[in-house]
Design a protein around this ligand. Structure first.
Ligand code: PLP
Length: 489
């Protein structure tokens, strides 16, 4: 230690003038990137480890200039990314970082607000309540829901199931935990098509993945209410304790919609928490003619919808709507003395509604996106994506040798190409088709497996995807299907 440490040191951060200069350069770069979204291959041809090998293994001793860092970003990072902004991105659930969303994220970062308490971000906390209520209105739900924005649907569903677990206070799980006690197994029900986030929530909450009952789905991949009722009755007879049902509005594989109204009846009769996973398709509620899918949702206890999937908001942004925030608060609130405030009983302190203390200002970008598009603008884009999907499915149906493998209520189509031989051989054939198409760098498709059948998915959700991109994808697919198979070794 030096004898006389300096009494001050310059911040090491860049002065506002330098920020302005570099930010202007960067904004120009981003505008150009957004204006030419096909400049880079959507899926870069890389082998694992390539990026790391191209970068220095240790941090620099001396700070580097921003220009140098930005050059490195452009040279070493950008070409090695999968470009979710590319209009040929048709994999998983395609999404969009829209301009208002990008600007909102930039502002939230600059403000660096941590809205853990109302007083640490009064406008952030209130904007979150307002914006989540806008989402509720947008998708046509009745008043009476409380909203919280989390990072991901996985977190939102975890919170919903934590509340479900807490809704029976006689179990005293919050205080005593689950282990070493003579408690019945807690059971959660969802269809065999539900997202693994339900299982991960059960794992995290100590419920256990064996206690997530995968209820059989029907030929159109929707939960069978009769099978659900039977599963609950069997569990009760075995001494288990059913606590929650998760219905899905837009499953990950096919976007099927569970019979939510019938499930709501069962949940009411059985006094179970009813959570709806509308992570992807929830925004379809903005389209009046699609609201029929939402029958029963108003009777749910909680619902998750991800604006970062189909509501043009950059990662990450998941909205959890819940009817009984008091139960969520009972599950999680733990106020250290240094976080007590005079107003705590009359405000929303978001730290009380989850396991995290800090709370990002995600509401800002969502508020800006909804304002910029408007309810009608959002509905028009969702409707357009669904129309494109219908058109694509029509092309597939019209082509001999190809089949559409599931209904497509929204903007995702599942299909495959016939091939002679066993199921395994035809599955491998479709997997090869997809790999060949993806190697083009022009489009990126993903797959799923439906009742043992490998199917290719086209998911439309990027604002810049046009019919021409789907035409190209379809052309690449047909060419790939016609390519001779590689000779066996
Ligand atoms: N629920 C559904 C229906 C999904 O399709 C997904 C992801 O695609 C999730 C939940 C998980 O979403 P997240 O990545 O936001 O946790």
């Amino acid at each position: 230690m030096p004898k006389n440490p300096p009494t001050s040191i310059d911040t090491g951060d860049f002065p506002p003038e330098e920020f302005q200069l570099r930010a202007n350069e960067l904004v120009k770069w981003i505008a150009d990137y957004l204006g030419h979204p096909e400049r880079y291959p959507v899926l870069p041809p890389l082998v694992p480890g390539e990026t790391r090998a191209a970068l220095p293994a240790s941090p620099p001793d001396e700070g580097e200039g921003l220009r140098t860092i930005l050059d490195g970003f452009e040279r070493d990072i950008v070409p090695r990314l999968t470009h979710w902004n590319h209009p040929g991105f048709l994999a998983y659930f395609a999404n969009t970082a829209s301009v208002p969303g990008i600007l909102g994220e930039l502002l939230a970062t600059a403000l660096n607000t941590n809205a853990m308490l109302w007083r640490t971000g009064p406008a952030a906390a209130e904007l979150e309540q307002l914006t989540t209520d806008w989402v509720r209105q947008l998708i046509g739900l009745q008043p009476g829901w409380f909203g919280i924005i989390t990072d991901l649907a996985s977190t939102s569903t975890l919170y919903a199931l934590a509340a479900a677990r807490e809704s029976d206070p006689t179990l005293e799980i919050r205080r005593k935990g689950l282990a070493g006690r003579n408690l019945p197994a807690l059971r959660v029900y969802c269809s065999d098509q539900a997202h693994t986030s339900v299982h991960k929530a059960a794992i995290t909450l100590g419920i256990g993945s064996d206690n997530v009952v995968n209820v059989e789905s029907d030929a159109e991949f929707r939960m069978r209410p009769d099978a659900l009722e039977r599963a609950i009755a069997t569990d009760r007879a075995a001494g288990h304790r059913p606590i929650a049902i998760v219905g899905v509005l837009g499953t990950t594989s096919t976007t099927s919609v569970d019979p939510l109204d019938a499930i709501a009846d069962i949940a009411a009769r059985e006094k179970l928490w009813f959570h709806v996973d509308a992570a992807y398709a929830g925004v379809a509620g903005a389209v009046p003619e699609m609201r029929h899918h939402f029958a029963g949702v108003d009777r749910a206890d909680s619902l998750v919808i991800n604006p970062h999937k189909w509501l043009f908001t950059p990662m990450d942004c998941s909205v959890l709507l819940i009817k009984r925030p008091d139960i969520l608060k009972r599950a999680f609130s733990l106020v250290a003395s240094y976080l007590e405030t005079a107003e705590q009983d009359s405000v929303v302190n978001y730290m009380d509604y989850g396991f995290q203390l800090g709370h990002r200002f995600r509401a800002l970008k969502l508020w800006m996106v909804i304002r910029a598009f408007g309810a009608r603008g959002i509905a028009d884009r969702i409707r357009h994506h669904c129309a494109l999907a219908t058109e694509f499915a029509d092309w597939v149906r019209a082509e001999p040798g190809w089949t559409v493998e599931a209904p497509h209520p929204f903007s995702v189509v599942c299909f495959r190409h016939d091939a002679p031989g066993t199921l395994e051989e035809s599955n491998a054939h479709n997997s090869r088709i997809m790999d060949r198409v993806n190697a083009s760098g022009e489009v990126f498709l993903s797959h799923t497996v439906l009742k043992g059948r490998y199917v290719i998915r086209v998911a439309i959700g990027n604002l810049r995807t046009e019919r021409s991109h789907l035409e190209r994808a379809w052309q690449l697919l047909r060419t790939a299907a016609g390519t001779p198979e590689p000779a066996a070794d």
